[in-house]
Write a protein that binds this ligand. Sequence first.
Ligand code: NAD
Ligand code: ZN
Length: 259
Amino acid sequence: MAAEGTSAIREAARAIASRGNCVALTGAGISVESGVPAFRGAQGLWDRYDPMEYATIGAFRKDPGKVWRMLAEMIEILGRAAPNPAHRAIAELESLGLLRSVITQNVDGLHQAAGSRGVVEFHGSARELVCLFCPNRYPTREKVLEGIPPRCGCGAILKPDIIFFGEQIPRAAMETAESEAEAAAVLVVVGTSAEVTPACGIPLLARRQGALIVEINPEETVLTRSISDAHLRESAGTALPKILAEIRKSTGAPPAAPG
Ligand code: NAD
Ligand code: ZN
C-alpha cells in the first residue's frame, strides 16, 4: 500500500536526491492551479463540452465547425495561463541535474514556459495548427485572429496539433516516452487520472524496470493502490515546491530566488 502524509514528502525528496534519474509524468491536474480545467473533477469548460463528444477525431472530421466552438474557448484559456509553482519546481529539478525529462499529456506548453527543456509532448501541442489535407502548419495564436474556424490556404478547416481521442500517438513521442520510462529511477506521476491509454502504460513500464513510483494527486487514482510506492495527497503546486525545498535543505543547494 502507498505511503501517505508529510513524511512521504521527505521520502520522495530523499529518493529523488539519492537516485537521480527522475522522470515526471504529468497530466491535466498540474495545470489546474494555472486556471486550465482538467477533464475529471472539472468545472467550467468540460461541463459544457463532453470531451468524448468534442475531443475525438471522428467528431472533428464530421463537424469541425462544432468542435472549434470548444477549441476557441480552450485556446483562449491557454492564452491566459501561466506556469504555476509545480511547473517551476519540475524545471528546477531539471536544472539541478536530478530530473531527466517530463513526459506530459498536456498540450498547454506550460512546462516549456517554466523553463523545462526535456519535455516529451505525448499528446502534441496547441501551439500550432495543422491541415489534415496538406502539409501546411500555422502558429495558433496568429491564425485564430483571422477568424474561427481557422482555414488553411488550401481551404480546409485547420486542427490544433494535439492528439484527439482516436488518433495515434506520434511515433517519436511514444518511443522517447518509453525509453525515458525505462531509464527512470523515480517516476513522479503528477495530476493524471491515469485513465487515458496509452499514457497510462508509462507508470507500469517504469515500475517493471524498477522505478519508484511517487504519485502527487489530491485524489486516489487507479495507480494509488496498485503500483504507487508513495501517494502525496496534495495539489501539485503545494507538494512539488515542498519536495524541492526538502532537496535543497538536504543537499545544501541555495534556495531558489523568489517569484
Ligand atoms: P484527467 O482530467 O483525467 O485527470 C486530472 C487529474 O488531476 C485527476 O486525477 C485529479 O484528481 C488531479 N488533479 C486535479 N487538481 C490537481 C492539482 N491541483 N494537483 C494535482 N492533481 C490534481 O487528466 P489526464 O489524466 O491528464 O487526462 C486527460 C487528457 O486530456 C490528457 O490527455 C490531458 O493532457 C488532456 N487535457 C489537457 C489539458 C492541458 O493541456 N492543460 C487540460 C485538460 C485535458
Ligand atoms: Zn491545407
